[in-house]
Design a protein around this ligand. Structure first.
Ligand SMILES: Nc1ncnc2c1ncn2[C@@H]1O[C@H](COP(=O)(O)OP(=O)(O)OP(=O)(O)O)[C@@H](O)[C@H]1O
Length: 243
């Protein structure tokens, strides 16, 4: 499995507060890595550093064995990012938003349509796609953001709590899309508080606590330790109730 994304010694401080503390992280071809941890563990901060939205206080990030390009458009071609709060432009329709994002990556309207329309249909957004996206529910915006980020078929897809607000059918569809994207040789890093989803979807799980990685392994490896379930290991390591 080729390495797609590697971070070494990643740190981020906010003032004196250490939000991310020497995190090492690798995403390989075909992997779906779930980033778990209680509120404030440093998951979003880690993802923002990996996607150039935040400057690390220390550490190195490379995509496909090269440092992140200085040119931000070139850098953004390497990954796709779905933030926890979808960043949808005001006053545009869902379809205009997809076209705008696809255009930034240099795709023609025809290519964007060919790549995005099947996803619009799978997410049952066909009726709403030509309506203003600011009128979409959180879940609809989340689906729109994912579609827009998949148009350039990123080698690494990073998604911060992507299933929040999705109805069960859409959540299942999103997981199917993640599996297909990984099966095509890409890598996915997603954060979630849904331990059951992490258990069934992820090929590897990373648990963060207070800015540090406290456990890592396949769901089976984690379960085979002294704990009998992902919920047990999560509770033991983080002291957090999970329901
Ligand atoms: N812009 C900011 N300024 C100051 N502190 C911040 C900022 N963003 C995050 N933090 C702090 O950094 C720590 C890590 O936050 P982060 O959002 O990365 O956690 P998280 O694991 O994503 O949490 P959640 O599960 O609630 O989304 C927290 O203590 C948070 O209060």
């Amino acid at each position: 499995m080729g390495v797609l994304l590697q971070a070494r010694g990643l740190c981020r401080k906010y003032g004196d507060m250490v939000a991310v503390d020497h995190v090492d992280l690798t995403i390989c071809e075909g992997e779906i890595v779930a980033l778990l941890g209680p509120n404030g563990a440093g998951k979003s901060t880690t993802m923002k550093m990996l996607t150039t939205l935040l400057e690390p206080s220390a550490g190195e990030i490379s995509y496909l064995s090269h440092p992140v390009p200085q040119d931000l458009i070139e850098a953004k071609k390497l990954f796709g990012f779905v933030a926890d709060q979808p960043m949808i432009l005001p006053y545009v329709t869902g379809w205009e938003y997809i076209q705008f994002i696809g255009g930034l990556y240099g795709f023609s309207q025809r290519d964007i349509e060919a790549r995005a329309m099947p996803l619009v249909e799978r997410f049952r957004l066909t009726e709403s796609i030509h309506k203003r996206a600011t009128g979409y529910s959180h879940g609809m915006q989340q689906k729109l953001a994912l579609i827009a980020q998949l148009v350039h078929r990123p080698r690494v897809l990073i998604a911060d709590e992507p299933t929040v607000g999705l109805d069960p059918a859409s959540a299942a569809e999103m997981q199917a899309i993640f599996r297909e994207h990984a099966a095509a040789g890409n890598g996915i890093l997603l954060s979630t508080h849904l331990l059951d989803m992490a258990n069934t979807l992820a090929t590897r799980i990373i648990i963060m606590m207070k800015g540090r990685i406290v456990a890592e392994g396949t769901p089976e490896e984690l379960a085979n330790r002294e704990f009998d379930s992902l919920q047990s290991i999560f509770l033991r390591l983080t002291g957090e109730p999970t329901s």
